[in-house]
Ligand binder design. Structure first.
Ligand SMILES: Nc1ncnc2c1ncn2[C@@H]1O[C@H](COP(=O)(O)OP(=O)(O)OP(=O)(O)O)[C@@H](O)[C@H]1O
Length: 258
């Protein structure tokens, strides 16, 4: 089967197992899975494990390839992973930072092809005006967008994004998510995104999975997953799930429980 399959995954750190025997719903090509869950529930640990970083065991298949059996270099060409931390404040300009990220993974890429890919990625994200700015002169949100460009430019078959909108204002959140969705639709790649904004996740992801203490407590389409019970269990919050004028559910968090 095509797309991403994650089954019976366990992952953690030297002194701490965070995820035990976790399975995700299958993520078909061209679609986006949103990972929700409270702080420390294991979202980053899960994304890192799928990216091949840190200790893990279990089955991770992408389009019939077992990612755990691939070399580090081959896996890096297929998987684009954006960690939660923002790119560093180097003296490189944004264009060079994206070029360096591209070359790190695909050193044999033709210069013309890399330049075309960088320009179209900057255009897709609407950040052409940042291309010649030094990374050290960019705001946190601007650096986050350049970090995303470093991943999207490689057109990976699997996109793993750890809170890619955490530093962005409302307009750039929408712009970035649209660029990600367009890339998935155009290339048939698969996306998994960890995100704290439940309402943004409902509107932009094809399916959701809610993590709590390293376990998936609900998964599937937003309408089935986002219920006051699931929100109370995961976040310890009393909430209402209402329906907007476009028929899309949205969450109003009322108060912390207990
Ligand atoms: N490098 C590390 N070494 C040891 N434990 C870690 C390490 N990184 C994370 N943890 C622990 O793993 C657990 C899960 O953390 P993780 O970062 O995966 O959660 P998260 O859901 O992404 O959280 P947040 O929403 O706050 O980013 C936490 O208890 C955390 O303390």
């Amino acid at each position: 089967m095509s797309g991403l399959i994650v089954r019976h995954l366990s992952a953690g750190y030297s002194k701490r197992q965070v995820i035990r025997d976790l399975s995700l719903p299958a993520v078909p090509p061209g679609t986006l899975l949103g990972l929700l869950g409270p702080n420390a529930s294991g979202k980053s640990t899960l994304l890192r494990a799928i990216a091949g970083q840190g200790r893990s065991s279990g089955r991770i298949r992408l389009d019939d390839e077992d990612l755990n059996l691939l070399s580090h270099a081959k896996r890096a060409t297929l998987v684009g992973y954006l960690p939660q931390s923002l790119p560093g404040t180097t003296s490189l300009v944004a264009y060079e930072a994206v070029m360096a990220a591209c070359r790190a993974v695909q050193p044999n890429f033709q210069t013309d092809a890399v330049e075309d890919a960088i320009e179209s990625t900057f255009d897709d994200l609407g950040i052409g005006h940042l291309a010649l700015e030094r990374m050290s002169h960019l705001s946190g949100g601007q650096r986050q967008m350049v970090g995303l460009a470093q991943v999207l430019v490689r057109r990976p078959k699997l996109l793993l994004l750890d809170e890619p909108t955490s530093a962005l204002d409302l307009r750039w959140q929408l712009s970035v998510i649209s660029a990600v969705r367009r890339m998935l639709e155009q290339t048939g790649a698969v996306g998994v995104i960890a995100i704290h904004d439940i309402n943004l996740a409902i509107r932009t992801c094809d399916q959701l999975a809610v993590l709590d203490r390293g376990e998936i407590i609900a998964s599937g389409p937003a309408a089935n997953v986002i219920t006051p019970d699931v929100i109370a269990q995961a976040y310890g919050v009393s909430s209402r799930v209402e329906t907007c004028s476009r028929g899309i559910p949205f969450v109003l968090a009322d108060r912390a429980l207990g």
